[in-house]
Ligand binder design. Structure first.
Ligand SMILES: [Zn+2]
Length: 305
């Protein structure tokens, strides 16, 4: 199952308790569901746990039952509908809209003054219009509605609550979204999905760890490659000096160094420096090896460096 699905299932396990919060959650669902106007409410879901929650929630919020609801255990798309005039008027009235006016959807902030209600409202928004991507793939949580005004007001609400979101429109939908893992964590925690939030956090830690290990390995590989290249160049230079019969003319220290390198091409610079008798410093050894490669270059008519 998808990460979104799991997060919503986690939210479905929350009890429908306080009346104010039930109303706020139902309100979020209505503003972000398939259809909400003065003639119809239509909520379509494929999540059986959400389908089980909806009737309880709407009963607690508005004291009404859906006119159409799916058979229990029905597969596929589950449709909930209210078309009864009286029920619709009652709901619209409870949400602070004037039923006689043409219903232009907006967020009635008066219903969201309590913190508990704001969290419940955002949970409803996420249930009906939200999705969150598997954090191991990327960080993305979005809330999509077809109502421009609602999306603007939602952004303001989120900003006021310390979640500055981003917004875009796509095929007639207005999308409010988050791209930062900590914002996604905070949002999920706020709406009541702390397990999903923890999963975002651990995915981030896993990715960060993997990145830092990869960086280390790449860095080690690069250093290793450089060391191998240098050792190859040194042994090649020493052979050339020997073939040219120049080795015997060199100072003893350089001869010893050349011999040690030829015998131990796999040793790192510091290992090779330690292997000499008496041992020398790494920089001293480096100096001698550069001298040798420089002489070999001169032999080829190149400049020593
Ligand atoms: Zn409340």
């Amino acid at each position: 199952m998808s990460f979104s699905y799991d997060a919503k299932n986690e939210l479905c396990r929350l009890d429908v308790q306080k009346h104010c919060c039930a109303r706020a959650e139902a309100y979020g669902i209505l503003l972000y569901c398939n259809t909400f106007n003065s003639g119809e409410v239509r909520i379509v879901t494929e999540n059986p746990n959400f389908a089980a929650r909806l009737p309880r929630l709407f009963y607690r919020a508005f004291h009404i039952r859906f006119d159409r609801r799916p058979e229990p255990e029905a597969p596929g798309k589950l449709v909930f509908q209210i078309t009864d005039r009286e029920k619709l008027d009652g709901m619209i009235d409870a949400l602070g809209f004037a039923p006689e006016q043409n219903l232009v959807l907006h967020i009635n902030f008066g219903l969201l003054e309590e913190e508990c209600c704001r969290a419940s409202f955002l949970r409803g928004v996420f249930f009906a219009g939200g999705s969150v991507t598997d954090p191991l793939k990327r960080y993305h949580l979005e809330l999509a509605t077809s109502h421009l005004q609602v999306s603007r007001e939602l952004e303001a609400l989120l900003r006021d609550n310390g979640f500055p979101p981003k917004g875009l429109s796509r095929n007639g939908s207005y999308i409010t979204y988050f791209k930062q893992s900590d914002q996604i964590e905070d949002f999920l925690t706020l709406v009541g999905a702390p397990v999903a939030a923890m999963n975002v956090m651990s995915a981030k830690m896993e990715k960060d760890l993997r990145n830092s290990v990869n960086r280390r390995i790449n860095c080690d590989n690069a250093n290793l490659d450089k060391a191998v290249d240098a050792a190859l160049e040194q042994t090649e230079a020493i052979r050339r000096l020997m073939e040219a019969g120049l080795m015997e003319q060199l100072p003893d220290k350089l001869q010893e160094t050349a011999e040690a390198r030829l015998e131990n091409p796999e040793l790192s610079l510091s290992e090779l420096a330690d292997s000499l008798v008496p041992p020398v410093t790494k920089s001293c050894l480096n100096h001698r090896l550069r001298k040798l490669t420089g002489l070999a270059r001169e032999l080829k008519g190149e400049s020593p460096e």
